[in-house]
Design a protein around this ligand. Structure first.
Ligand code: DGL
Length: 272
């Protein structure tokens, strides 16, 4: 049995597009409905109750688009609001456990650093998952609060002095810790991969949660015969809660392809 319904993906803003990019690599025929809560980004500095409320509203929106599966393409929601999955009528994927598994499999010196938002770091979720697989791992998490606004502003070039200096300031303790594996625990951070890699130097593996999660989604769809078996490329639609203009210009860079302006729509979650 094939399922032609779209995959629903949401994030607080642009960051989840790094997951969409990976999804497109492994599941090119799937339709994707993306919701970026650009009117309320960032989530990572907000309270747990607020993040849970926002996540539930984002999911309700995606369900109104009749999606077959939902991906919380947001490290913060994945860490803080995993329990809401129980109330969903469709399968739910988060980005924390898959990244944790990839890190546990790759590390050699068992020192793993997690970069994330303040909310993500506070939950300790990555460490919890990693230690289930590698009990003697040394896991330290670091909040990199300015990374999200940098990316949302379109500042991510590894040649940009402000970007490099900001990355350097946050990663100094990671270098001192000596991690050989670093999880990009917020889906905005892969945009800063070049700058982060430049600062950390060779010998450190960066884990992109989108890659690990997309592979898990592919496996699930295959095992449950839920793939879209069409011959054509999948259609992608984007919804945002603030004006689409700035989203569009940066989103095209993140996805590596121009997004047609007719494919981006502003929505009011309160009108659902
Ligand atoms: N992409 C979100 C995450 O993965 C950004 C969080 C935020 O909005 O602060 O955590």
């Amino acid at each position: 049995m094939a399922d032609k319904r779209a995959i629903g993906v949401f994030d607080s803003g642009l960051g989840g597009l790094t997951v969409v990019k990976e999804l497109c690599q492994v599941l090119p025929k799937e339709d994707i409905v993306y919701f970026g809560d650009t009117g309320r980004v960032p989530y990572g500095t907000k309270s747990i109750d607020t993040i849970k409320k926002y996540a539930a509203e984002d999911e309700r929106f995606l369900l109104s688009k009749d999606v077959k599966l939902i991906i919380a393409a947001c490290g913060t929601v994945s860490s803080v609001a995993s329990s809401i999955a129980e109330d969903l009528p469709v399968p739910y994927f988060e980005v924390v456990s898959h990244a944790a598994r990839a890190a546990a499999e790759i590390t050699k010196n068992k020192k793993i650093a997690v970069l994330g938002t303040a909310a993500t770091v506070k939950t300790g979720k990555h460490a919890e998952y990693i230690k289930r697989l590698l009990p003697d791992a040394d896991v330290k998490a670091y909040a990199c609060t300015l990374f999200v606004p940098l990316v949302e502003e379109g500042w991510y070039s590894a040649e940009d002095a402000v970007v490099l200096e900001t990355v350097r300031r946050y990663l100094q303790p990671v270098i001192s810790f000596g991690a050989d594996t670093v999880i990009l625990g917020c889906t905005h951070y892969p945009v800063l991969t070049e700058a982060i890699a430049k600062v950390l130097g060779e010998g450190v593996t960066l884990i992109n949660a989108g890659t690990a999660t997309s592979c898990a989604v592919l496996r699930y769809l295959e095992e449950n015969s839920l793939l879209n078996e069409t011959e054509t490329e999948g259609e992608h639609r984007f919804y945002v809660s603030d004006k689409p203009d700035s989203f569009r210009s940066i989103a095209s860079v993140l996805l590596g392809e121009e997004i047609d302006e007719n494919k981006i729509e502003q929505v009011d979650l309160n009108s659902l």
